[in-house]
Design a protein around this ligand. Structure first.
Ligand code: FES
Length: 779
């Protein structure tokens, strides 16, 4: 092949590598695995992330000669592609799997079929102005009023089969309910719903299926009818433009922005909207139910604690979502993951593989309904083309799971093998058979089972609510006034891994109190958490409850572990300073420093030896590195004697008095030498009278948001449908951190160090604000 011909081949999707005589000596650079890659094979259909595991690990970006696409498999590369929708155009996102023949095309033309680009596959500059104008009905605030409708439909469909003992959830519920929800959301009049429902199925086959040539004509007639009928329904909606649906909203916006929201655009969006909202949610729920019933322990936990449902939905979307891959077109020569990609190349970005990338999700194959970063998944895409309906889908899935866990907690998977409609992108089992014993239905014992609180949270879930049960295995005395608890998971299960410095939140029975206690055991022991609690008579009663009410064998609810106080494991020197009960996190850190061979000293202050926990253990483990400062023995700690150089980190936990004195001393130390454990935020409540409003530009999403004087950045992001994780929401934990591209930040968190703050490259969106009138964020 000459160079010119080869370039042409690359642009047309042929093998992009030179195969001339010189290159032949080295052979074709397409690896054997890449050559064998076939997304229509059973391996990909059954489990896409597993099928491309080899690629994720060895060849994250490769060319597939069979498909004529470049395949991208790692999280960071895929996010970078979503971020740049100019270099990576979405225009091929909905390209038909099987192009229609001339006869079917003629049929479509006879109906005046003129499906245009829609939000999913249109390029800039047309796309963002439309997205901005049409977005509001998808925001959490506006979705609320659809919740009763989804609950009603869910109830009616479950009623139909609850007494039968066996059902195909796909055929008997999951296919129809999301479709009906989509029709309601769009504002389709009730009397037109049945016909719309029938037609939309033909449209799915037209786009994603592989109709045989003789079927194509029949499908084309159905799609043509759908197109015409959608047009008629749209006309009807125009007569009543004040209706509550998204289409009516679009009709109203058309009056304001006629050149942005055109007739043909509304017509196309109505058809595309039905399909998008319907099939992805139906498949996602079927995948989720399959996954949960395959993990009976997780299913039981959801049945017992509905507040786990929102995060479980995210973990299901991460682990086995309904969108396995998206497609993009390179508009210029570029690179992905260091690999050259020519202009005109088509890319298959395997989002399901990104969701299993160990570089982003620890123990990625493990299905963990409490995973803290589940909602980082890219099943909804990311950036300016992220699925607009994501929060509607989340709401539906949460309501379905709430109903199933409440009304059919004894449901199990029936014996079956699973089949999938072969395609690269959308996946869910064609059937999902479940069975149960109707005699055990909870409703036979209690006619009305009240819907459970906490199961539905519109928008991205907060990890704050994720509680887990533990059993108190041992209660012992660690010192005067200090009790030590060893907590284990029920049924001997293992507990999440933690790093020194981590703490858990303990719910104090029905007092309504929740208290944070640092973990002080051995992180290598995955079967137990250990905490030590000082009785504090001056406080609000959490520690007194633990001392007085907690007994061995008792069941407690905890949240976490979380870590705001990490040891720098790369550090050369560490000084640990603990006062009183502050020894708990510090003891775990000092143990780790010893394991790592870090040069360290441990200073431990207290009133008297009798009140100081763990003295013997610490002396045994740390020998001369332990320095005790005991008031009633006259050995007070003089912080001025500490030698802190540029390689030293000082980690401190203890009473405010000790920390204040240490902070004063730290003025003379290198920047960032001192790290302090905080259990309370320093930021106060927002006072709008003393704040100013500002703008936040979101680089990846193409939006500009106004943050009011009395509003947090996190709140403004949520209202605009932008996902940002959060936990403490008071500047303590770091989970809401985002990257800052421009603008100065007024930092109000206790997470970032002094030097980190000064760079103005990161901010905690729950509390920090712009110093000036505008900041630009990488979101
Ligand atoms: Fe914890 Fe913002 S949510 S720092």
């Amino acid at each position: 092949m000459s160079e010119a011909t080869e370039t042409t081949a690359a642009r047309a999707g042929g093998c992009p590598f030179p195969h001339g005589a010189a290159a032949a000596a080295g052979g074709c650079p397409v690896s054997a695995n890449a050559a064998a890659f076939d997304p229509f094979s059973d391996g990909y259909q059954q489990d896409p992330p597993e099928y491309v595991r080899w690629a994720r690990e060895q060849e994250p970006v490769f060319y597939s000669p069979q498909l004529g696409y470049w395949v991208v498999t790692r999280y960071d590369d895929i996010k970078a592609i979503f971020r740049d929708n100019l270099t990576f155009s979405p225009s091929i996102a909905l390209e038909k799997i099987t192009p229609t023949g001339p006869e079917a095309n003629a049929v479509l033309a006879s109906y005046g079929y003129a499906m245009n680009r829609t939000l999913v596959n249109e390029d800039e500059p047309a796309h963002m102005p439309r997205r901005r104008v049409l977005m509001e009905p998808f925001t959490p605030e506006h979705l609320k009023h659809h919740e009763p409708m989804v609950r009603r439909l869910t109830r009616e469909y479950v009623d139909r089969f609850i007494d039968t003992g066996r059902a195909d959830l796909v055929d008997q519920m999951l296919w129809e309910v999301p479709l009906t929800v989509a029709l309601h959301f769009l504002g389709v009049p009730e009397e037109d719903m049945d016909l719309m429902r029938q037609y939309s199925i033909a449209h799915t086959v037209n786009t994603w299926g592989r109709p045989r040539p003789e079927e194509q004509v029949a499908v084309a007639h159905a799609v043509g009818n759908f197109w015409q009928f959608a047009g008629k329904v749209l006309e009807k909606m125009r007569q009543n433009p004040d209706g509550p649906g998204w289409m009516q909203y679009g009709i109203r916006k058309q009056k304001e922005y006629p050149e942005i929201v055109t007739d043909s655009y509304l017509h196309s969006m109505m058809m595309a909207g039905i399909v998008a909202a319907h099939e992805t949610t139906a498949n996602a729920t079927a995948n989720a139910m399959k996954l949960l019933l395959q993990h009976p322990h997780a299913w039981r936990e959801l049945c017992e604690d509905p507040s786990l449902i929102p995060n479980a939905v995210e973990e299901c979307l991460r682990h086995n979502g309904s969108v396995a891959a998206w497609r993009r077109l390179a508009t210029k020569d570029t690179q992905v993951g260091g690999i050259d990609i020519p202009a005109g190349a088509k890319l298959l970005i395997v989002t399901s593989s990104a969701n299993h990338d160990e570089r982003h999700f620890a123990d990625a194959d493990c299905f963990d309904i409490r995973r803290e970063n589940s909602s980082d998944h890219v099943t909804f895409g990311y950036g300016s083309h992220q699925c607009m309906g994501k929060n509607l889908a989340r709401m539906e899935m949460q309501i379905f799971l709430e109903a199933f866990t409440r009304r059919l907690p004894h449901m199990r998977l029936a014996e079956q093998s699973f089949s999938y409609v072969p395609n690269t992108s959308f996946r869910g089992p064609e059937h999902l058979w479940v069975e149960w014993d109707p005699a055990q239905n909870p409703e036979r014992r209690q006619a009305t089972l009240p819907e459970r609180q906490g199961a539905v949270r519109i928008g991205e879930p907060s990890t704050h609510a994720l509680a887990r049960p533990v059993i108190v295995e041992r209660v012992s005395t660690a010192a005067n006034g200090i009790v030590r608890l060893r907590l284990v998971a029920p049924e001997g299960a293992s507990l999440p891994r933690w790093a020194p410095g981590a703490h858990i939140d303990v719910e104090c029975g029905d007092t309504g109190l929740s208290r944070q206690y640092s973990l002080c055991g051995d992180p290598a022991d995955t079967l137990a958490f250990e905490i030590a609690v000082l009785r504090e008579t001056e406080s609000r009663g959490g520690s007194e409850w633990i001392h007085d009410a907690v007994r061995e064998g008792m069941r407690l609810r905890i949240r976490g572990p979380r870590n705001h106080f990490r040891l720098d494991e790369e550090g050369r020197r560490a000084i640990f300073v603990a006062g009183g009960i502050g020894i708990t996190p510090v003891s775990a850190m000092a143990r780790r420093a010893k394991e790592l061979g870090i040069d360290y000293a441990l200073h431990y202050s207290g009133r008297s030896r009798a009140t100081m926990a763990f003295i013997d253990e610490l002396a045994q483990l740390h020998g001369e590195r332990l320095h005790l400062h005991v008031s009633d023995e006259g050995t007070r700690h003089d912080f001025g004697t500490l030698v802190v150089d540029a390689h030293t980190r000082v980690y401190a936990c203890g009473p405010a008095r000790l920390l204040d004195a240490l902070t004063a001393c730290s003025e003379a130390w290198p920047d960032d030498a001192l790290r302090v454990e905080h259990f309370a935020a320093s930021a106060s409540q927002l006072d709008p009278a003393n704040e100013h409003a500002f703008e936040v530009e979101l680089k990846d999403s193409g939006l500009v948001l106004n943050v009011a004087a009395g509003q947090s950045v996190l709140d403004a992001l949520r209202r605009a449908n932008i996902d940002v994780q959060s936990d403490c929401e008071e500047g303590l934990c770091g989970s809401c951190e985002v990257r800052v591209l421009a603008g100065e930040i007024d930092h109000r968190d206790v997470v970032l160090t002094r030097a980190e703050r000064e760079t103005h490259t990161r901010m905690m969106t729950c509390c920090s604000r712009a110093k000036g009138r505008r900041v630009i964020l990488e979101l």
